[in-house]
Ligand binder design. Structure first.
Ligand SMILES: Nc1ncnc2c1ncn2[C@@H]1O[C@H](COP(=O)(O)OP(=O)(O)OP(=O)(O)O)[C@@H](O)[C@H]1O
Ligand SMILES: [Mg+2]
Length: 348
């Protein structure tokens, strides 16, 4: 278990913007966001489809698609400026210090290679060349991940495994280098509820036993609530609210967060507009100045469209890893730090 520093964040993202090229035009997909993640912490990112969750995640280990690029801001990991790394340095960082798991595990595994060989390749990549030691480690890794039929699985191909099994193998591969940060982008979305719960247990256990920090992305608020300590709510490329899951889900301040909680998007609705509010997330081409949620917000005023609101802190905690922050100009009550409105929404 790694020591947890209370002071220096493991990951610090500041004023990050990501541009997307469409033909000859460039659009801002992620717009000036900032957040920190401490060693051993689990931070969630939630938001509707197209809000920029995946681009944010992919920018950290330098895996943005070719149409996207970081256009401004900084990403520092353990004090190192990641934007200044060469591709070779990024390769060293990936897998060893930062690893990622994605929504579709079957697509991330090599369909033509037995599972055992894929794990062995990863062990070799991390410098473990002894075949006999590797064989034993493969069985051990699988059993640690609750894949009791280790020996049999080693000889299987990905198509012979269930989605949950594939995801466990992906997590096993990601964990081989014992990364300090695991980025999980919707890792449970394609799984049934029982398997989803098992994967969440596994994440919790990894975090607890090994102290790995986890950045966990999901459109499912229930999943985020169960797993994470803090959450960032993203809308149309912006962070609109952030704080501990208790602060944000029990006392949501931004109208977007409230709508999200009220509609509790379920897996069947992924990618569809929210049930209880009209409209949809503006595409990157449609974004206007001001609060991007204003056109859908029942409480919007004229000045909401003038400029994106500055950050306001609501729970009196200035520490960025404890503060309840909202980006909205609405009045919330007598004083910002007393703006408590017990909501108990959506059974979260
Ligand atoms: N490779 C790409 N080429 C062009 N546009 C892209 C690309 N990847 C993402 N975008 C655009 O950037 C915006 C943010 O996309 P992103 O994938 O980060 O959203 P998301 O929040 O992860 O959504 P989802 O919940 O559907 O996974 C979207 O409008 C999307 O259309
Ligand atoms: Mg995504």
């Amino acid at each position: 278990m790694r020591p947890k520093s209370r002071e220096t964040p493991l990951l610090r993202v500041e004023n990050l913007s990501i541009a997307i090229s469409r033909g000859k035009k460039t659009f801002t997909a992620v717009d000036g966001i900032g957040f920190s993640l401490r060693e051993g912490e689990i931070l969630g990112i939630v938001g509707e489809s197209g809000c920029g969750k995946s681009l944010t995640a992919l920018s950290i280990p330098g895996l943005l698609p070719s149409a996207a690029r970081v256009s401004s801001g900084s990403i520092s990991f353990d004090g190192r400026d990641l934007r200044s790394l060469s591709e070779q340095e990024y390769c060293l960082l990936r897998g060893k210090e930062i690893a990622m798991v994605f929504q579709e595990p079957a697509l991330s595994l090599n369909p033509l290679m037995r599972i055992g060989r894929q794990i062995e390749e990863m062990l070799e990549l991390h410098g473990s060349k002894d075949k006999k030691i590797n064989r034993n480690r493969i069985v051990e890794i699988m059993e640690n991940l609750g894949l009791r039929e280790g020996e049999e699985l080693i000889r299987s191909y990905p198509h012979q495994l269930s989605g949950g099994m594939c995801q466990r193998v992906m997590i096993a591969l990601a964990m081989i280098g014992n990364p300090r940060l695991l980025i999980a982008d919707e890792p449970t979305t394609a799984l049934d509820l029982t398997t989803q719960a098992q994967i969440l247990d596994l994440m919790r256990e990894l975090n607890h036993k090994r102290g790995n920090a986890i950045l966990f992305i999901s459109h499912d608020l229930g999943v985020i609530r169960r797993l994470c300590r803090r959450v960032l709510v993203m809308y149309a490329g912006k962070i609109v609210e952030s704080g501990t899951v208790e602060d944000v889900f029990d006392n949501p301040l931004h109208e977007y967060t409230k709508s999200l909680i009220d509609s509790i998007p379920c897996r069947e609705r992924k990618g569809l507009p929210l049930a209880n509010i009209p409209g949809r997330v503006p595409s990157v081409e449609e974004r206007l100045p001001g609060c991007p949620f204003a056109p859908r917000c029942g409480k919007a005023r004229e000045d909401c469209c003038a400029a994106f609101p500055a950050e306001r802190v609501f729970n009196g905690k200035q520490d960025e890893c404890a503060a309840h922050q909202v980006y909205c100009i609405q009045r919330y009550g007598e004083t910002e730090n007393n703006a408590s409105e017990e909501r108990g929404r959506g059974g979260l």
